[in-house]
Design a protein around this ligand. Structure first.
Ligand SMILES: Nc1ncnc2c1ncn2[C@@H]1O[C@H](COP(=O)(O)OP(=O)(O)O)[C@@H](O)[C@H]1O
Ligand SMILES: CC(=O)OP(=O)(O)O
Ligand SMILES: [Mg+2]
Length: 397
């Protein structure tokens, strides 16, 4: 049995897992020893929870920052301390990382070395909330564990099957050729969902699927027969749906207006669009869907309505790209746990043949559509860590 450490840096979280692998290259060939989650990073209420392989909570701590915020760097140093204290730390034979942006050149998982790391660092401006936090652990582990191979697994890889027409912006051709295209993200999650869906459907023919990854970052992906056809995220993870703190699709004229008429600097506009907008900006209350669902403040309700409305519109757009819809899948923090959001979205998609069973939706069953619904509606927990372990094992073990 060999162990694989997986590090998944999200915009507000750092998830990690230690999985054992005995040589069977199926998703179920990996057993979880530990699974951990730093949440609320960059804020005052960060938390670390760690579960063992049986799902029992072995740690659940509020994290106190030395300065005013508990950030990704503090989480990384806590994670490395935890890893060093493991009785079997020496058994780790590969480390897999979620790296959000692979750019034009990295289309498949790749073994990391200094040259690859430097290349990936050039993409930091295209994913400022993610790429630095994804790459920092790689550099630390080069020093701490020089003998253990590290693998970068990209959020963008799953979308490389998209046709050029789905990837292109209507910009002058030389810009498209220079790589200013729609890449799409959350690909490890969509990869996992599309590999799991056949188990639930009982057939390999999964048809036309829209998967909704609704977490702190949120996107939708149109998947036909297991391959990405179109997605709502673009050149950066700012496009598409409104998110926790990101604006999603916006008229580019707004950006020009802020720069030229509001005298904002590019850095200020970037901060506004990445960190002050989305659910947080609209509600003025919180970026966290749990807070918004419970809040009596009208603007919190409006933020949830805008989020759901945009999802409904984009599902229509992706159904057009697929020429129909057979299945709708909800996943990630909001998709898996926020029944009221799923209900609102599904109500807006009735015209497409979506009929959910309210009791199934409330109970969080895996299939939440009615038995006779023309479109199957599913809630499938994502597992980016298992997907990364699978790619890391294929890449270097
Ligand atoms: N029980 C719940 N009800 C509603 N929303 C939830 C619930 N649990 C988690 N969420 C939401 O999920 C989001 C975080 O999703 P997650 O996929 O963990 O994010 P990340 O992008 O950081 O990986 C937050 O907006 C959080 O409010
Ligand atoms: C790409 C992206 O938005 O990721 P996350 O949801 O983890 O922030
Ligand atoms: Mg995430």
């Amino acid at each position: 049995m060999r162990d694989i450490l997986v590090i998944n840096s999200g915009s507000s979280s750092l998830k990690f897992a230690l999985l054992g692998w005995g040589g069977d290259l199926s998703l179920d060939g990996f057993s979880v020893h530990y699974q951990g989650h730093f949440s609320g990073l960059g804020g005052r209420q960060a938390r670390l929870s760690i579960r063992d392989g049986q799902g029992a909570v072995i740690r659940d701590d509020h994290l106190i920052a030395d300065v005013d915020q508990y950030d990704h760097a503090a989480a990384l140093s806590e994670l490395l301390n935890w890893m060093d204290a493991l009785p079997d730390a020496g058994r780790i034979s590969a480390i897999g990382h979620r790296i959000v942006h692979g750019g034009r050149h990295y289309r498949e998982p790749v073994r990391l070395d200094e040259g690859v790391l430097k290349d990936l660092e050039t993409l930091i401006p295209l994913a400022p909330l993610h790429q630095p936090h994804g790459l920092a652990p790689v550099r630390s582990l080069f020093t701490l564990r020089p003998d253990v191979p590290q693998v970068a697994c990209f959020d963008t890889s799953f979308h490389t099957t998209q046709a050029p027409v789905a990837q292109a912006f209507a910009l002058p051709r030389h810009l498209t050729e220079a790589g200013l295209i729609r890449y799409g993200f959350h690909g490890l999650s969509y990869d996992y969902i599309s590999r799991r869906l056949p188990d639930h459907l009982g057939t390999l023919e999964t048809g036309r699927v829209v998967a909704a990854h609704l977490g702190n970052g949120a996107s939708l992906c149109a998947i036909r027969d297991g391959a990405s056809v179109a997605s709502t995220m673009g050149f950066t993870a700012l496009d598409g749906l409104p998110m926790g703190t990101r604006c999603g699709t916006i008229d580019p004229g707004v950006v020009l207006h802020l720069l030229t008429h509001e005298n904002m600097s590019p850095a200020q506009v970037s901060d506004l669009l990445y960190r002050q907008s989305g659910l947080l900006g609209v509600s003025g209350v919180s970026a966290d869907m749990r807070d918004l669902i419970q809040s009596p403040v009208p603007a919190a309700r409006e933020a949830v309505e805008l989020f759901s409305y945009r999802i409904i519109r984009e599902i229509g757009s992706l159904a057009a790209a697929l020429e129909g819809l057979d299945h709708l899948v909800f996943t990630a923090g909001i998709g898996e746990h926020a029944a009221p959001v799923r209900a609102m979205v599904c109500q807006g998609c009735e015209w497409l043949g979506v009929r959910i069973d309210e009791a199934r939706n409330e109970c969080g069953e895996i299939r939440i559509s009615m038995d006779d619904s023309p479109v199957g509606v599913w809630v499938i927990p994502t597992d980016e860590e298992r997907m990364i372990a699978w790619h890391a094992a294929r890449c270097c073990l």
